[in-house]
Design a binder for this molecule. Structure first.
Ligand code: ATP
Ligand code: ZN
Length: 294
């Protein structure tokens, strides 16, 4: 009997939906509702453990789970403070839940750079990463550890500055704070133990990883179809973002126009479509790609 692959996923929060969505796109089907601690895939030997994101490095480090989906920030913080977490590695970057760990201070204050932090107090839920960053810069400052609502610390005079996760920056602005330095860029990552012993579930893990790579690549990849004036073909090809050699096909009954089909491996913005149109491209279609094996 082959053993089942165990994956730790956040039970609720910013990583939960993206994580489940990715696993489903990799072909896993689950029987139970979302509120169980444990979910069993119906169609593959895979079990999910639904836990708090902060516990995921431990679940994987201890061997209770083989893989985990967690924010890189959580992994990096664990690694900055625990020896066992250094045994963990990133197996795959997952391309969602992007955010940045930033240093920020009151907009109207005089802290505007890392050097200004010397002798100050910094509130954060990431004491390990913050301490390492300051040490690397040779700055001595006090770190005030907080579990949440870090952004209110300067107003309450608990700290002079903060080191916190930022995605849009709206929370900082709402609290009269301004970021002045990036400590870490983060996204959701798939983690595992570094020197994992060979196990029966390796084969299924490899299949899922390959599928996940395809799902992630196809999320950013689009299929573009358009009609191009034959004499503008080179200019139009040059505008296609991240395209391999496109397919050029005849358009029935037209000598002056050809059809161009291309897979674009970068995001396709409205500006690109407008530029294509300006070069004479017509009937421009951008289609999502659902699955892809490159
Ligand atoms: P849990 O109850 O599981 O501990 P949590 O409150 O720690 O939940 P979330 O707020 O759901 O977790 O955040 C999970 C992860 O989402 C973060 O660790 C980070 O990687 C990512 N993330 C993306 N954008 C943001 C953001 N603006 N603020 C906080 N986390 C973000
Ligand atoms: Zn958490």
């Amino acid at each position: 009997m082959t053993s089942r692959l165990r994956i730790a996923v956040q039970s609720k929060g910013r990583l939960a939906e993206g994580g489940m969505d990715l696993l489903k796109r990799c072909g896993l089907r689950f029987a139970y509702g979302r509120d169980k601690l444990h979910q069993r895939a119906e169609n593959m030997p895979v079990d999910l453990m639904l836990v708090r994101d902060d516990d995921i490095p431990n679940f994987v480090g201890s061997g209770a789970c083989d893989y985990g989906i967690v924010g890189e920030n959580v992994l990096a913080e664990e690694q900055a403070s625990s020896a066992r977490a250094r045994e963990l590695e990133i197996a795959l970057r997952l391309g969602f839940a992007g955010c940045t760990l930033k240093l920020a201070a009151p907009q109207d204050g005089d802290i505007r750079s890392v050097e200004h932090l010397a002798g100050k107090a910094i509130a954060t839920s990431y004491p390990g990463l913050t301490a390492r960053f300051l040490k690397d810069r040779g700055i001595e400052a006090e770190i005030v550890e907080m579990r949440g609502s870090v952004e209110v610390a300067p107003r309450l005079r608990i700290a002079d500055a903060i080191c916190d996760l930022v995605s849009s920056g709206a929370t900082l602005q709402a609290n009269g704070l301004k970021a002045f330095e990036t400590v870490l860029r983060s996204e959701a990552v798939l983690i595992r133990r570094r020197s994992g012993r060979e196990s029966d579930s390796d084969a299924i893990a490899n299949i899922l990883m390959r599928r996940a790579e395809g799902v992630i690549a196809s999320a950013q990849t689009k299929y573009i179809m358009l009609n191009a004036p034959t004499d503008r073909l080179d200019a139009i090809r040059a505008l296609l973002p991240g395209a391999d050699a496109p397919t050029i096909a005849k358009v029935a009954g037209r000598e002056d126009v050809v059809a161009v089909h291309a897979v674009c491996r970068e995001r396709v913005f409205w500006e690109t479509l407008e530029a294509l149109e300006k070069e004479g491209a017509r009937a421009i279609l951008v289609l999502p790609i659902e699955k892809m094996l490159a």
